[in-house]
Design a protein. Structure first.
Length: 912
């Protein structure tokens, strides 16, 4: 890990490079020791590299104190050959992860036959079957000379029947414990012995900067519990155990001890603790549905139900479709069933292992309840909207949200009150909805006496392009205006964020937990009352809009829902999705949720999908932290490579926060993760304060500057280089890193971009003036002649129902069904001058359909919406082929003026 840019505060990429950089450090040391052995480098270089690595290496079990000590001894003895051999072996074991299973990797001598089980290997015997490996952090006040002995004691607890194998990692202070939790993704549990100092024994600036991220705990008596709480905040999935020398009963009874899995009296049997650690990991490892499905697949079962493919006999006996069987293998067919008995369960009314699997997912994702959904977040959203809203309810909703929300309103009869995201016209995309617009919508409803009808705020976090809301602030400020609002956060892309301490506070569930803590804090009421006194009796809208509003903790009913496409960011099969619930009023809507499940879930849900949701949860609870950290690290590496490679940077760039988030929403002045002035403290401040942040894993790569529109560039990457990507805009493509990416993927992408850039460079250099002029014109067209993005206009009077003067909600359901009346509809082609005549002289053009171009993928027309000049201009400039709801040959489907007139006559007038 390199030195921080200034003072004690590390740059953010150094922070995220912590895990991956370790591999680089070892490669560097391998190279240095080899060169020293060859006589081309000096011992001093090796010593310096070792010294730099030492503080962070202490946070990992492997190579550990003994092997590191051996390397140091060999260096001190000037034995370059031995040092080089040992360092190479360690480097290889780390790279291949073989040390987790192979006892020999822990020995100083490669050919050592017998290894004392209390000193070295994690494996009990060389021949044993694979057992998952993890590490346990032991925080102790004992002097470091005693650590090898303590570690040996832990190892002696191992038994052949243990389901897992673990190695202890000893640290001696609060700061070191925190840094180890950040830097060691293999940790699964922490054992805290009472009585350790606060400060690290190392004065390493990088460690200090990491420790700063823990906040500034007082080095006081409550340090032990404070450490537990801090670790739980950073890595909630870790099991924490406390070993106390006295006051166990008192400790176990304190509210702060809720962070602990168990409290032990220190002098008691260590074996109990060992068993508790294994049991804790087993609880996360458990996959109730998947386990039963595996058992089910092994049983001889005669099927007389309607799923011929189950057991695979019709497949493997066939001359014609046997290749399908060979492709998928027999297990898939053995694990197929339409039964809900025999060890399986019913997704529609789970009472057995699906229920249990959902409960475990709730624990993992920080929710009270979870519904597994096997038809994507498209269905999760419709379920949530249907269950929570009734006809006439008003929903404040981002007009650019996924179409499932809009269709959900059609189904439920709720009235969408659209709020607009800020436009990013130059890249033909939208950002996210400013909080002021949401508050304004609520205040408008209030001023018209209809706030009671507002049931829900429905937003996308993060957006397709990576805009992350300040979820806590949005909820708190909205609750200050209406304390029982329901929040539906569509985190289709953001489910993984739960497992990053960096992103978690800005997720729906992360923020809900923070708000819950705030509500329970007696000081919160005083904060609220103080603000009320300052605001006075009747604060104006402008004061309310410009104040960070504090809700009344006595009135708040915290009702938070999140949907996530587990298949988009975790190891679930396509369409695997979850609906998370954290709602104090859930008991009042639980029956409605069951109806929503019955409405939307197939009565033949796919077993493999359900199993994959169960397994995805297991993975994230046990290794999600490291995987997500890696995804962020990969993204930062790509961002850096594109910015720094002279040839790539000539034609391409990845948009940083300063380009994706207008300055007014970056209140802290944050520029970007890779800005030279950004450090961890700056990023932390931005994450705590800024209205919008950028998810680093979502990378908008501008390709218009290389003369490609998004669709063309996507095609080029896919067809020529086998690189698949996410979405496109007029002049950009969206790259996304995820838990599956490796640094080889980064290398491949960089190579591809270099190749494309150098071909382009050559073409321009050799093509003469005309080629250059054509290229410049193309770039100008893509980057500057961009269509304005149309805002939502308004619903036609026929579909406004009882909307007030200041709000624009509408009866989208009636608008939708107007399209079913063929005689009441007409079609006009976009190019027809009739469109322009009608725009000028009326009658108004009213859409009968959703019209959803891909990209950008949001409805530029919804049923019942009056079509504006801007919308027509946008449609006419649109150069995408896929426009759902629009048939170019027939034209726009409109509600006829006479049908509208009839409806207006039937719309009840609002009382004046
Ligand atoms: C914001 C958002 N929500 C929901 C969905 C639908 O998710 P799924 O594909 O899991 O049905 C998408 C799909 O792209 C999306 O972008």
């Amino acid at each position: 890990m390199s030195k921080p840019a200034s003072g004690h505060t590390a740059r953010i990429d150094q922070f995220f490079a912590g895990l991956g950089a370790r591999g680089d450090q070892w490669s560097h040391l391998v190279e240095l020791t080899q060169r020293w052995a060859d006589g081309t480098s000096s011992r001093t270089d090796v010593e310096a590299a070792l010294a730099e690595m030492t503080p962070t290496e202490e946070f990992h079990a492997y190579p550990g104190l003994q092997l590191m000590g051996a390397v140091r001894d060999q260096v001190a003895a000037n034995d370059a050959r031995a040092a080089s051999t040992l360092v190479r072996r360690i480097g290889r074991a780390l790279l291949t992860r073989s040390f987790r299973q192979h006892a020999g990797d822990w020995d100083v001598h490669e050919d050592a036959e017998s290894v004392a089980s209390d000193v070295l290997p994690p494996s009990l015997a060389r021949s044993e079957a694979h057992r998952p490996y993890f590490e346990v952090l032991v925080v102790t006040g004992a002097p470091s000379v005693r650590w090898p002995g303590l570690a040996a004691e832990w190892r002696r607890l191992r038994r052949p029947q243990d389901g897992f194998i673990y190695e202890p990692v000893l640290v001696g202070s609060f700061e070191d414990a925190f840094c180890a939790a950040i830097l060691n993704p293999d940790l699964a549990a922490v054992v805290i012995h009472e009585g350790f100092p606060f400060r690290s024994r190392r004065d390493a600036p990088v460690l200090r900067s990491l420790a700063e991220a823990a906040g500034k705990p007082e080095p006081a008596a409550q340090k032990t519990l404070q450490l537990a709480q801090t670790l739980k905040r950073v890595r909630p999935e870790l099991d924490l155990y406390l070993l106390s020398n006295g006051r166990v009963e008192e400790l176990a009874g304190s509210p702060a001890s809720m962070a602990l899995r168990r409290v032990f009296y220190a002098v008691e049997e260590l074996l109990e603790l060992h068993l508790a650690i294994l049991e804790g990991v087993q609880e996360r490892f458990e996959t109730p549905f998947f386990n039963n499905l595996k058992k089910y697949a092994q049983r001889p079962i005669g099927t007389f139900h309607a799923l011929p493919i189950a057991r695979g006999k019709s497949v493997f006996k066939s001359d014609w479709i046997r290749d399908m069987g060979e492709f998928y293998g027999p297990t898939l067919f053995l694990a197929e069933s339409s039964a809900t008995t025999g060890g399986l369960d019913s997704l529609l009314e789970p009472t057995g292992n699906i229920k249990k699997a959902q409960e475990m997912a709730a624990r993992a994702f920080g929710a009270d309840h979870v519904f597994f959904v096997t038809n994507g977040t498209s269905t999760s959203n419709k379920m949530a909207v249907q269950a929570l809203l009734a006809p006439g309810d008003i929903v404040i909703v981002d007009r650019n949200c996924h179409k499932s929300h809009h269709y959900g309103m059609v189904l439920s009869g709720a009235q969408p009150l659209y709020v607009e995201a800020f436009p990013m016209t130059e890249y033909s995309m939208y950002g996210a909805v400013p909080l002021k617009s949401i508050k304004q919508a609520l205040l408008n409803l209030k001023s018209e006496g209809r706030l009671h009808r507002a049931k829900m705020v429905d937003l996308t976090n993060c957006t397709f392009d990576g805009h992350i809301y300040h979820t806590r602030r949005v909820m708190e400020e909205c609750l200050a205006i209406k304390p029982d609002l329901i929040f539906l956060w569509d985190e289709a892309w953001f489910g993984f964020a739960r497992f990053s301490p960096f992103l978690r506070p800005r997720t729906a569930m992360g923020a809900a937990h923070d708000i819950e803590r705030w509500l329970a804090d007696p000081a919160s009421l005083a904060q609220y009352e103080k603000q009320q006194a300052e605001l006075g009796n009747k604060p104006s809208d402008s004061v309310l809009l410009n104040t960070r509003l504090i809700p009344d903790p006595r009135k708040v009913k915290l009702r938070v829902y999140q949907t996530n496409s587990t298949h988009k960011s975790m190891s679930a099969l396509r369409q695997g999705s979850m609906l998370l619930v954290k709602d104090v009023e859930f008991h009042t809507v639980e029956a409605q949720f069951h109806e929503a499940v019955f409405t939307h879930a197939s009565t033949s849900p796919n077993q493999q999908l359900i199993a994959s949701l169960d397994v995805a949860r297991r993975q994230m609870e046990l290794e999600g932290y490291g995987l997500v950290h890696n995804a962020i690290e990969v993204a930062l590496a790509i961002r850096q490579a594109v910015a720094e490679h002279p040839l790539i940077a000539k034609y391409f760039r990845i948009l940083g926060a300063e380009a994706m988030v207008p300055a007014e929403y970056r209140q802290t002045g944050f520029v970007d993760y890779l800005d030279p002035k950004s450090n961890w403290a700056v990023v932390r401040h931005s994450l705590q304060e800024d209205e919008f942040c950028l998810d680093p894993t979502r990378m908008t790569l501008v390709c218009g500057t290389a003369g490609y529109d998004g669709t063309q560039f996507k095609g080029l990457l896919a067809n020529r280089y086998n690189v698949q990507l996410n979405k496109t805009s007029r002049n950009s493509v969206l790259l996304q890193s995820n838990i599956n990416n490796t640094r080889s993927d980064v290398a491949h992408l960089v190579r591809v971009l270099v190749e494309i850039s150098s071909e382009l460079d050559q073409r321009l250099a050799q093509g003469g003036r005309n080629v250059r002029l054509a290229f410049d014109a193309r770039v100008k067209s893509l980057m500057h002649d961009v269509p304005d993005l149309p805002n939502f206009s308004h619903f036609h009077a026929a579909f406004r129902k009882d909307a007030g003067k200041r709000t624009n909600e509408g009866d989208i359901r009636s608008g939708f069904y107007s399209a079913y009346d063929a005689a009441g509809c007409e079609y006009i082609r976009l190019a027809d001058p009739e469109i322009d005549r009608r725009l000028k002289n009326g009658p108004e053009l009213v859409s009968a359909n959703f019209v959803i171009p891909y990209p950008p993928g949001f409805p530029i027309m919804v049923p019942g919406q009056v079509i504006s000049q801007e919308t027509i201009d946008f449609m006419r400039k649109l150069d995408v082929k896929e426009i759902h709801g629009y048939d170019a040959a027939e034209g726009l489907k409109l509600v006829r003026a006479d049908a509208l007139a009839k409806r207006v006559g039937s719309v009840p007038k609002r009382a004046a």
